[in-house]
Design a protein around this ligand. Structure first.
Ligand code: PGA
Length: 253
Protein backbone atom coordinates (compact mmCIF):
# COMPACT_ATOMS: atom_id res chain seq x y z
CA UNK A 1 0.00 0.00 0.00
CA UNK A 2 1.21 3.47 -0.84
CA UNK A 3 1.31 5.84 2.13
CA UNK A 4 -0.43 9.09 1.28
CA UNK A 5 1.77 12.18 1.11
CA UNK A 6 0.31 15.65 1.75
CA UNK A 7 2.52 18.68 1.08
CA UNK A 8 1.72 22.34 1.65
CA UNK A 9 3.22 24.55 -1.07
CA UNK A 10 3.37 28.00 0.50
CA UNK A 11 4.64 29.70 -2.68
CA UNK A 12 5.67 33.32 -2.02
CA UNK A 13 3.69 33.64 1.19
CA UNK A 14 4.46 34.09 4.90
CA UNK A 15 7.17 36.12 6.56
CA UNK A 16 9.78 34.08 8.39
CA UNK A 17 8.02 34.80 11.68
CA UNK A 18 4.65 33.74 10.24
CA UNK A 19 6.19 30.60 8.77
CA UNK A 20 7.56 29.64 12.19
CA UNK A 21 4.24 30.29 13.88
CA UNK A 22 2.43 28.11 11.34
CA UNK A 23 4.83 25.16 11.56
CA UNK A 24 4.83 25.32 15.34
CA UNK A 25 1.05 24.90 15.26
CA UNK A 26 1.25 22.12 12.68
CA UNK A 27 3.92 20.33 14.68
CA UNK A 28 1.80 20.49 17.82
CA UNK A 29 -1.43 19.44 16.17
CA UNK A 30 -0.20 16.83 13.71
CA UNK A 31 2.31 15.06 15.94
CA UNK A 32 -0.08 12.21 16.71
CA UNK A 33 -1.20 11.63 13.11
CA UNK A 34 -0.09 8.21 11.90
CA UNK A 35 -0.04 6.67 8.46
CA UNK A 36 0.33 9.89 6.45
CA UNK A 37 3.54 11.49 5.24
CA UNK A 38 3.45 15.28 5.68
CA UNK A 39 5.55 18.10 4.23
CA UNK A 40 5.61 21.89 4.00
CA UNK A 41 7.43 23.96 1.39
CA UNK A 42 8.30 27.43 2.74
CA UNK A 43 10.18 30.14 0.87
CA UNK A 44 13.92 29.63 0.60
CA UNK A 45 14.73 32.23 3.25
CA UNK A 46 12.35 30.66 5.77
CA UNK A 47 13.47 27.12 4.99
CA UNK A 48 16.43 26.75 7.39
CA UNK A 49 14.50 28.03 10.42
CA UNK A 50 11.42 25.99 9.49
CA UNK A 51 13.55 22.85 9.12
CA UNK A 52 15.13 23.49 12.50
CA UNK A 53 11.75 23.99 14.15
CA UNK A 54 10.50 20.73 12.59
CA UNK A 55 13.47 18.65 13.72
CA UNK A 56 12.30 15.44 15.35
CA UNK A 57 8.74 15.91 14.06
CA UNK A 58 6.76 13.92 11.50
CA UNK A 59 6.70 16.89 9.07
CA UNK A 60 9.30 17.12 6.31
CA UNK A 61 10.68 20.39 4.99
CA UNK A 62 10.46 20.79 1.22
CA UNK A 63 11.89 23.36 -1.19
CA UNK A 64 9.86 24.88 -4.02
CA UNK A 65 12.55 24.76 -6.71
CA UNK A 66 16.23 24.11 -7.31
CA UNK A 67 18.86 24.71 -9.94
CA UNK A 68 20.29 21.61 -11.67
CA UNK A 69 23.96 22.42 -11.07
CA UNK A 70 25.50 21.96 -7.64
CA UNK A 71 27.45 25.24 -7.79
CA UNK A 72 28.94 27.75 -10.21
CA UNK A 73 28.22 31.02 -11.99
CA UNK A 74 24.42 31.01 -11.64
CA UNK A 75 23.60 34.31 -9.95
CA UNK A 76 20.46 34.16 -7.86
CA UNK A 77 20.11 30.38 -7.92
CA UNK A 78 20.20 27.66 -5.25
CA UNK A 79 21.32 24.07 -5.55
CA UNK A 80 20.02 20.77 -4.27
CA UNK A 81 23.09 20.10 -2.07
CA UNK A 82 22.60 23.52 -0.46
CA UNK A 83 18.93 22.81 0.13
CA UNK A 84 19.87 19.50 1.74
CA UNK A 85 22.37 21.28 3.97
CA UNK A 86 19.67 23.80 4.93
CA UNK A 87 17.37 21.00 6.08
CA UNK A 88 15.17 20.18 3.08
CA UNK A 89 14.34 16.57 2.33
CA UNK A 90 12.14 17.09 -0.75
CA UNK A 91 12.11 19.52 -3.68
CA UNK A 92 9.09 20.43 -5.81
CA UNK A 93 10.27 20.56 -9.42
CA UNK A 94 8.47 21.78 -12.52
CA UNK A 95 5.56 23.49 -10.79
CA UNK A 96 3.35 25.08 -13.44
CA UNK A 97 4.12 28.58 -12.10
CA UNK A 98 7.81 27.91 -12.77
CA UNK A 99 7.00 26.60 -16.23
CA UNK A 100 4.71 29.56 -17.00
CA UNK A 101 6.70 32.46 -15.57
CA UNK A 102 10.30 31.33 -15.11
CA UNK A 103 11.09 29.34 -18.20
CA UNK A 104 11.17 25.81 -16.79
CA UNK A 105 10.93 23.34 -19.68
CA UNK A 106 10.47 19.59 -19.78
CA UNK A 107 14.23 19.35 -20.27
CA UNK A 108 15.25 21.57 -17.34
CA UNK A 109 12.64 19.94 -15.11
CA UNK A 110 14.30 16.61 -15.91
CA UNK A 111 17.71 18.01 -15.02
CA UNK A 112 16.37 19.45 -11.77
CA UNK A 113 14.79 16.11 -10.83
CA UNK A 114 18.08 14.29 -11.46
CA UNK A 115 20.06 16.87 -9.43
CA UNK A 116 17.57 16.64 -6.58
CA UNK A 117 17.81 12.88 -6.32
CA UNK A 118 21.60 12.96 -6.74
CA UNK A 119 21.74 15.21 -3.67
CA UNK A 120 19.88 12.56 -1.67
CA UNK A 121 16.57 14.45 -1.67
CA UNK A 122 13.17 13.36 -2.92
CA UNK A 123 11.73 15.02 -6.04
CA UNK A 124 8.07 15.95 -6.39
CA UNK A 125 7.71 16.33 -10.15
CA UNK A 126 4.70 18.40 -11.25
CA UNK A 127 2.82 17.80 -14.48
CA UNK A 128 -0.52 19.08 -15.75
CA UNK A 129 -2.34 20.63 -18.66
CA UNK A 130 -3.71 24.13 -19.22
CA UNK A 131 -7.39 24.76 -19.85
CA UNK A 132 -6.79 25.23 -23.60
CA UNK A 133 -4.95 21.90 -23.69
CA UNK A 134 -7.78 20.13 -21.85
CA UNK A 135 -10.41 21.73 -24.07
CA UNK A 136 -8.36 20.67 -27.10
CA UNK A 137 -8.34 17.06 -25.87
CA UNK A 138 -4.59 17.19 -25.40
CA UNK A 139 -4.37 16.45 -21.67
CA UNK A 140 -2.83 12.99 -21.95
CA UNK A 141 -0.24 13.79 -24.68
CA UNK A 142 0.84 16.92 -22.76
CA UNK A 143 1.28 14.92 -19.56
CA UNK A 144 3.16 12.26 -21.54
CA UNK A 145 5.63 14.87 -22.84
CA UNK A 146 6.12 16.30 -19.36
CA UNK A 147 6.70 12.84 -17.89
CA UNK A 148 9.11 11.85 -20.65
CA UNK A 149 11.14 15.02 -20.03
CA UNK A 150 11.15 14.64 -16.27
CA UNK A 151 11.85 10.93 -16.02
CA UNK A 152 14.42 10.44 -18.78
CA UNK A 153 17.34 10.60 -16.34
CA UNK A 154 15.70 8.79 -13.43
CA UNK A 155 16.61 5.11 -13.20
CA UNK A 156 14.39 2.51 -11.58
CA UNK A 157 16.71 2.41 -8.55
CA UNK A 158 16.02 6.12 -7.91
CA UNK A 159 12.22 5.82 -7.91
CA UNK A 160 11.84 5.50 -4.11
CA UNK A 161 12.83 9.20 -4.16
CA UNK A 162 10.24 10.08 -6.81
CA UNK A 163 6.74 11.47 -6.39
CA UNK A 164 4.60 12.78 -9.23
CA UNK A 165 2.11 15.61 -8.67
CA UNK A 166 -0.70 15.91 -11.20
CA UNK A 167 -1.79 19.54 -11.12
CA UNK A 168 -4.16 20.68 -13.86
CA UNK A 169 -3.17 24.32 -14.40
CA UNK A 170 -6.82 25.40 -14.69
CA UNK A 171 -7.44 24.14 -11.15
CA UNK A 172 -4.51 25.91 -9.47
CA UNK A 173 -5.57 28.83 -7.32
CA UNK A 174 -8.86 29.09 -9.21
CA UNK A 175 -11.19 27.37 -6.76
CA UNK A 176 -12.06 25.07 -9.65
CA UNK A 177 -11.04 21.53 -8.70
CA UNK A 178 -10.85 18.56 -11.02
CA UNK A 179 -13.59 16.11 -10.09
CA UNK A 180 -12.31 12.93 -8.46
CA UNK A 181 -13.17 11.11 -11.69
CA UNK A 182 -11.30 13.59 -13.92
CA UNK A 183 -8.25 13.43 -11.68
CA UNK A 184 -8.34 9.63 -11.35
CA UNK A 185 -8.40 9.24 -15.14
CA UNK A 186 -5.12 11.15 -15.49
CA UNK A 187 -3.56 9.50 -12.42
CA UNK A 188 -4.31 6.05 -13.85
CA UNK A 189 -2.77 7.13 -17.15
CA UNK A 190 0.37 8.38 -15.37
CA UNK A 191 0.68 5.06 -13.53
CA UNK A 192 0.35 3.21 -16.82
CA UNK A 193 3.22 5.26 -18.26
CA UNK A 194 5.29 4.63 -15.09
CA UNK A 195 4.64 0.90 -15.53
CA UNK A 196 5.81 1.02 -19.15
CA UNK A 197 9.00 2.72 -18.03
CA UNK A 198 9.78 0.93 -14.76
CA UNK A 199 7.56 -2.15 -14.65
CA UNK A 200 4.27 -2.62 -12.80
CA UNK A 201 5.72 -3.41 -9.38
CA UNK A 202 7.74 -0.20 -9.23
CA UNK A 203 4.90 1.84 -10.74
CA UNK A 204 2.55 0.55 -8.06
CA UNK A 205 4.90 1.94 -5.41
CA UNK A 206 5.25 5.48 -6.79
CA UNK A 207 2.99 8.07 -5.15
CA UNK A 208 0.98 10.37 -7.43
CA UNK A 209 -0.35 13.45 -5.64
CA UNK A 210 -3.21 15.59 -6.89
CA UNK A 211 -2.97 19.38 -6.71
CA UNK A 212 -5.29 22.22 -7.69
CA UNK A 213 -7.71 23.85 -5.25
CA UNK A 214 -7.58 21.01 -2.74
CA UNK A 215 -9.63 22.01 0.32
CA UNK A 216 -10.95 20.29 3.43
CA UNK A 217 -14.29 19.84 1.62
CA UNK A 218 -12.93 17.94 -1.37
CA UNK A 219 -9.77 16.29 -0.04
CA UNK A 220 -11.37 13.09 1.14
CA UNK A 221 -13.26 12.33 -2.07
CA UNK A 222 -10.18 13.04 -4.21
CA UNK A 223 -7.88 10.89 -2.10
CA UNK A 224 -10.42 8.06 -2.01
CA UNK A 225 -9.63 7.44 -5.69
CA UNK A 226 -7.46 4.42 -6.32
CA UNK A 227 -4.49 6.21 -7.88
CA UNK A 228 -4.58 9.46 -5.89
CA UNK A 229 -1.92 9.13 -3.22
CA UNK A 230 -2.02 12.47 -1.49
CA UNK A 231 -2.20 16.16 -2.25
CA UNK A 232 -0.05 19.15 -3.12
CA UNK A 233 -1.92 21.99 -1.47
CA UNK A 234 -1.43 25.69 -2.19
CA UNK A 235 -3.92 28.21 -0.78
CA UNK A 236 -5.45 25.90 1.83
CA UNK A 237 -2.01 25.10 3.28
CA UNK A 238 -1.61 28.68 4.51
CA UNK A 239 -4.25 28.18 7.21
CA UNK A 240 -3.36 25.69 9.92
CA UNK A 241 -6.93 24.44 10.39
CA UNK A 242 -7.46 23.77 6.68
CA UNK A 243 -4.14 22.02 6.19
CA UNK A 244 -4.66 19.91 9.31
CA UNK A 245 -8.10 18.86 8.04
CA UNK A 246 -6.61 17.85 4.67
CA UNK A 247 -3.86 15.82 6.35
CA UNK A 248 -6.44 14.08 8.52
CA UNK A 249 -8.54 13.29 5.44
CA UNK A 250 -5.52 11.36 4.12
CA UNK A 251 -5.32 8.99 7.11
CA UNK A 252 -5.75 5.33 6.27
CA UNK A 253 -9.28 4.16 7.02
P1 PGA B 1 -3.86 25.70 -4.94
O1 PGA B 1 -2.35 25.47 -5.46
O2 PGA B 1 -4.14 24.61 -3.92
O3 PGA B 1 -3.88 27.07 -4.35
O4 PGA B 1 -4.75 25.54 -6.14
C1 PGA B 1 -1.84 24.18 -5.68
C2 PGA B 1 -0.42 24.26 -6.17
O5 PGA B 1 -0.09 25.19 -6.94
O6 PGA B 1 0.43 23.41 -5.82
Amino acid sequence: MRQKFVVGNWKLNKTIAEALALVTELKNQLGAVKGVQIGVAPTFVALPSVAKRLEGSNIATCAQNTHWEASGAWTGELSAPLLAEAGASWVIVGHSERRQHFGDTNETVGKKAVATIAAGLGAIVCVGETLAERDGNRTLPIVDDQLAGALGGIAAAATPKLVIAYEPVWAIGTGRTATPGQAQEVHAHIRKRLAERYGQVIADGIRIQYGGSVKPSNAESLMAERDIDGALVGGASLEAADFIAIVKAARPS
